[in-house]
Design a protein around this ligand. Sequence first.
Ligand code: ZN
Length: 417
Amino acid sequence: MRALLVLLLALIAGPAFAQEATLLRPDRVFDGENAEPHVGWQVLVRGERIEAVGPNLTVPADARVVDLPGMTLMPGMIEGHSHLFLHPYNETSWDDQVLHEPLALRTARATVAARLTLMAGFTTVRDLGTEGAGYADVGLKKAIEQGIIPGPRMLVATRAIVATGAYGPKGFEPGVEVPLGAEEADGDTLVRVVRSQIGAGADIVKLYADYRWGPGEPSRPTFSEAELRLAVETAHSAGRLVAVHAGTAEGMRRAILAGADTLEHGDAGTSEIFRLMHDHGTALCPTLAATDAISRYRGWNGQEPAPETILTKRRAFAAAMVADVTLCMGGDVGVYAHGTNAREMELMVSAGLSPARTLIAATGGNARIFHIDDRLGAVKPGLLADLVAVQGDPTQDITAVEAVRWVMKGGQVVREP
Ligand SMILES: [Zn+2]
């Protein structure tokens, strides 16, 4: 009945009743899938979706025209690894954020982080754990969806899952309960915890395959391969992808064989491990920017020779490229300031990936890895109109992605020049 009424109204009122159309005229369009930008292309948006893309589009009589001179129009970028509930560690240490910051404070701060992320052109984030802030990401996501606060679309991991005894904060009298940065589970309990997090709103399941068991120790594996497999099977059967924190070669190997969808960090990955990732179709989120930020917090001035952790990271990234591992764009933002997500992209280019491939990783690539490419990550008809205009041509100079001038999310302009 309601649908019939809407149809009748549309027939009587004609085009005036149709959804508002906007014709965008940038210098060029980077479509999120092809390395070459399309010079002179235009994009027609109607309602929340992209209706047409190409050269010389006819301007519908009802369309508003937006000229974006000197700019490249591209898909809204997708941050592959964020923590909206963390803020830079040089402001407050991770331990102090988890132990001493009230949930309301963390949530208030996260709303600001969400707005900064959107204004920087990142219209979607995969948020990989609240780090002790419980299920607050589910509520933050709802506040954004309901239009209460501006922010990106969110894929949330909620609390994340760690092996008992492996995660922090640490260093207290044994047996005394302290807040933890994630939820503990082992063996068969993993099934229950994966399901309870999904039931509470997790879009993705995040597991830690390795961690520092004690202060000053190197990372070592936590879950067995069988435990990881059980968790991955439980998540997959519920239609959830699995992200696994893995920095050691053995943690990575177990996670790949267990069927993880993405590995986070991958610092000690060897050529052999990256070949295994490639063969299993496991994507890597390198998080170069987090390592860079932490090194700077420890006093590195950015000059060469870089500290060993940076060199290790660069070697791993190079080995992953040689093995043709699918690269996610995800920097672990939150370790460094929200809204500076482009740092990861600039470091990917410094580490040898072309600007165009880096841009694809941040748009169409991440959309494919996160299984959202049916609606996001490209400039093509039928997809949601999440679009960003940057000054200059980022396929020539990646730093152009910092020069965001205009942002649209779901057909709504949220930032204007
Ligand atoms: Zn992280």
